[in-house]
Design a protein around this ligand. Structure first.
Ligand SMILES: N[C@@H](CCC(=O)N[C@@H](CS)C(=O)NCC(=O)O)C(=O)O
Length: 202
């Protein structure tokens, strides 16, 4: 299989971590691509040009990180990390919430980091900051339950997202007044899969 990724994408980092944690990385060729570029290596496989994109050996191209997560979780068999039965669907539901949070932060990033200051919409920024705050508060509250051990795919998404914000949007504090979330993240930073997928940025 081929996995197209960028160093910066938190969605791709989550998949890269999952592949390592479920011992599937040996079956995956990780290919770094550009985005928003007519020559991007991912484009022949996925016309949306988005990462992550996982191309299966039969040529099927999976995009949207939750779909790729679901595929790799099923393929992992006993090594899957989201549990079984109802527990598994609760884990996927939690992952969907964290992934939606990451989508929201990505919109915020595009508005504030990729547009000139005078082209940015204060209304949009306020709305998205409000949404991010609500979601981070929900994550802080979830720490006693969903964010506890063991590591599920939602944890991989949350850690990738916080790593992204710290590196590229450092003044958007996700941890201010959220001590449990910060302590959780600081522990998670030691995870070898997190260390191995640290964005290499020049
Ligand atoms: N909901 C998508 C989000 C993926 C996404 O937004 N990826 C960004 C990079 S972080 C991307 O591919 N952007 C390329 C573009 O906007 O053209 C997922 O979960 O995979």
């Amino acid at each position: 299989m081929k996995l197209f990724f960028t160093q910066r994408s938190p969605f791709a980092r989550k998949i890269r971590m999952l592949a390592r944690l479920t011992d599937q990385i040996g079956d995956i060729e990780e290919i770094e691509t550009t985005v928003r570029d007519p020559d991007a290596p991912v484009l022949p496989y996925n016309p949306t040009g988005k990462v992550p994109t996982l191309v299966l050996d039969n040529g099927t191209a999976l995009s949207e990180s939750l779909l790729i997560t679901t595929y790799l979780e099923e393929r992992a068999g006993p090594r899957a990390i989201n549990g079984t039965g109802d527990q598994r669907w609760a884990a996927f539901a939690f992952d969907a919430f964290v992934t939606a949070t990451a989508d929201n932060v990505a919109w915020l990033f595009r508005e504030r980091n990729m547009k000139e200051a005078d082209k940015q919409s204060p209304t949009f920024l306020e709305l998205e900051r409000g949404r991010a705050k609500r979601n981070y508060d929900a994550l802080e509250a979830a720490l006693d339950t969903d964010l506890g051990d063991p590591v599920r795919t939602a944890h991989l998404m949350a850690a990738s997202l916080f790593g992204f914000v710290d590196l590229f949007m450092e003044d958007e504090t996700w941890h201010q007044n959220r001590p449990k979330l910060l302590a959780w993240y600081q522990r998670f930073e030691e995870n070898p899969a997190f260390q191995e997928t640290m964005p290499i940025v020049s």
